[in-house]
Design a protein around this ligand. Sequence first.
Ligand code: GFB
Length: 356
Amino acid sequence: MPEVIYSLAGKRVYVAGHRGMVGSAIVRRLASEGCEILTATRAEVDLRRQEQVETWMSKNRPDAVFLAAARVGGILANATYPADFLYDNLILQANIIHAAHKAQVEKLMFLGSSCIYPKFADQPIVEDSLLTGSLEPTNEWYAIAKIAGLKLCQAYRNQHGRDFISGMPTNLYGPEDNFDLGSSHVMPALIRKAHEAKINQQQEICIWGTGTPRREFLHVDDCADACVHLMKTYSAESHVNVGSGEDITILELGYLVSKVVGFEGKITCDLTKPDGTPRKLLNVDKLRALGWSPKIGLQEGIADAYRSFLAGHYLERSNGAASGDLIGQSDISFEKAKTSALHAPMLSTVAHHPSR
Ligand code: GFB
């Protein structure tokens, strides 16, 4: 096991974005670290307002920060709301990173995304591929913001000696995911589609695009575990890929999800929807060399995500008015479904959304 260079025991640890899928997983994971977990609702601090962030940070004085707050969404939300994805992410991460510097936070971990890499990067993608080619157009706005976030961490390390690090997770899924079919990522979308088709005895489900793009998936509890591991054992300028090291095609994913959910019908493709990047498999050698590897297999992870969906552990948009989830800090109010997800067919996709 690698040496622990930063113990979280007894520390005050702020999780920004604690209501989101990643932030809530980090909060669950931190329960066994003997630290005091700090969170803030949007009523307490709007992360897009610099003064509020700096005031909160100087009052609450965290020792460590996990920056898991972000406006996130699937391929369609990213492509439809470029301004929201670029502006919200740029501003909230800049506010938190700068405020953490001013408040002399000992250690900060910024969470990015595998979409920071060039669309046609060599596979599996090594950390050094960053900024070697053009980005995938469907998510370049989000990618630019995430690249700026990791560069901010490097800049504060170089100029001010701050121990700010970055992890770049692959496509994540699990409890507290967004199951809104217009703005979600592919995994929750396929779980919901297969579940509703099974309940309604439909003969087929439709997936977006050609089904040929390959994606790598990691259960969010594995991601949270990796983040805590990096916080405790890693301190350097370069970001670290966080993935499972394996990928599958979207069509294969459709069949796997159908098997887990118990849907036995056909899968068809909607070719009017975008494929996005053809492949984004992360090279995870660096993370493995640091002594971490995933524990949750894909089929087991999908079964867990489906159980969470059935138990109502997910985000459901209550007003349907906006783009992605500004996790934990949104103008959008989210509510857990009031009905059991066994009645998920009643949870209709927002009908009046401009692009749906
Ligand atoms: O997960 P996803 O929305 O985002 O889509 P990306 C992955 C692939 O699944 C694409 C296909 O090829 C989609 O066309 N797909 C098939 C579907 N059926 C569906 C469906 O019903 N819903 C959705 N959403 N996709 C995101 C970025 O890219 O990855 C974000 O936009 C972020 O910025 C995230 O980086 C990790 O994997 O293409």
